[in-house]
Every structure is written in structure tokens, then in C-alpha cells.
Write a protein that binds this ligand. Sequence first.
Ligand code: SAH
Length: 276
Amino acid sequence: MQKPPFFLTIQRILSRGMRTSRPRADRARWLRRLWRLVAVLAFVSTLDDTVLAQQDRWAEARAAMVRTIQAHAALLPKAAMADGISTAILDVMGKAPRHTFVPGRVEGKAYADAPLPIGYGQTISQPFIVALMTHLIGANPDATVLEIGTGSGYQAAVLSPLVKAVCTIEIVPGLGETAARRLKDLGYDNVQTKIGDGYFGWPECGPFDGILVTAAAGHVPPPLVKQLKPGGRMVIPVGSVFGPQFLTLVEKTSGGQITTRQLLPVSFVPLTRESQ
Ligand code: SAH
């Protein structure tokens, strides 16, 4: 077996330092150097352990989150989900660093299958809902996707590796600006962000193969329907703040006709308007 280079270095120092023909002061200097090297190696190995322990901690939590998403999807009625969440989506969610999208005080719960507060009275969506919505719009490498409600930026981060381009709009400037910076720092380069009222969509960024609305609307906004490509899909929670809300799938056929289907009851923060 070949010895690692640092082992050979230690051996060389040892053999040189221990040669009896060397004067005593010389030997003492070599010993000091040896101890310094040992101390540095010991320090570096602790650092490595700390970094690995951190990464492992999140990796395990992420893997558990993915298993929960799969189990949850298996319980859905066939009308809502025929074939389970795609492997591509599960792979991406098994890697996306959700803990960097939540405030430090809730970081420990980042991979629980639950929504979490992100400030300004808003929440990051539950991982299962993120997976389901991504699946329902049929995310694929050629797709241009619009998200309404950037929030923490997590949903956009999950979409990013799966599609060609993501355009995302947030109405609360404090959230939108933080999410934009975070997405840029993490290298999600195909995501464009904008502050504004998502009710009107983003025509210059579209038309869209998929639209994903992450706040509950009283009705399906007509500007969004208009910006959907023929063959495109929109997933949107429809209902009131206190009453029932249903995750709704809106499809535009290749001929331009619109069909809507209520899939399952959900609970989202409301889609607010600029005047509110
Ligand atoms: N997708 C987000 C979760 C969003 S919560 C994530 O992954 O973290 C819903 C978000 O929609 C909130 O941040 C809220 O401020 C935003 N929102 C509400 N009404 C909006 C509107 N009219 N236009 C754009 N964003 C809106």
C-alpha cells in the first residue's frame, strides 16, 4: 500500500531529526518542527470532522424529508397524483439546502414536513406541497416557469435545476430582496426575481409552460391564464383566507381551451394585492 505524502514527510523529518551525528540544538529544532507539524495535522483533522458532521447532519435530515414526501404522495387519491413524485424532483429536494432558506431560530426544523415562519407574517411552504406543485406543473428542462410568491426563494431553488428558466415575483420587498440575494449567492443563475403584484404576472418573462401560485387567491387571475402557453399548466390554491381552499390545476389545451380541476384541500397564506 502506498503511504500518504504527509506520512512520508513525517518519516523524513523523523529520520533527519533523529540522526545521532547531529548536534543537540539541531535535534531539538527538528523535534520542535515535528511537534508543530503534528499539532497542525491534529487541528486540521478536527476541522474536517466538524465540517463533515455538519454536512452529515443536514444530509440525513434531508433524506428523511424525501422519504416523508414519498410516503405522503402515496396516500393521495389517484385523481390528484397518479404516479408519485418524479425521481428528478426528489433528487433535487434531497440536495437543496432548505436550512439556508429559513430564519436561524427555526433552522433545526428546516427539514420537517411542515411550513415555517419566514417573517412578515409569511411562511415557507411545507416540503410535500413544494414537491407536489413542482410535479403538477410538469417541470422539465425546456420549461419556462413563473412563480407567484417568492417568499424565502426555496420553491424557486427547487425549480431551478429542473427547468430552463424561473421568473418569480414577490409583493413584500423585504422578502423579495433577501430571497433574490440568497438565490444569487447560492448560484441559482437561471432565476429572475421581481418585486410587485404577481396577480398581473410577468409578460416580458413569459409566455410560461408552468405557473405556480404559492398564495391563495379568491379566483384564478385572468392575466396569469393569458400568460400560460397552449399545453401549459398552472397550479394555484383557490379559496378564501378563513374558508376552504383547494389546490387547483388549470390546464390550457393546445387549442387554447381552459380546464380546471380541484385536487385537494390546502391551507395557504392569502394572495394580497398592491392596494392592501
Ligand atoms: N414560495 C415561497 C412561499 C411563499 S408564501 C417559498 O418557497 O418560500 C407566499 C408568498 O406570497 C409570501 O411571501 C407573500 O408575501 C407572497 N405574496 C402574497 N401575495 C402576493 C402577490 N399578489 N404577488 C406576489 N407575491 C405575493
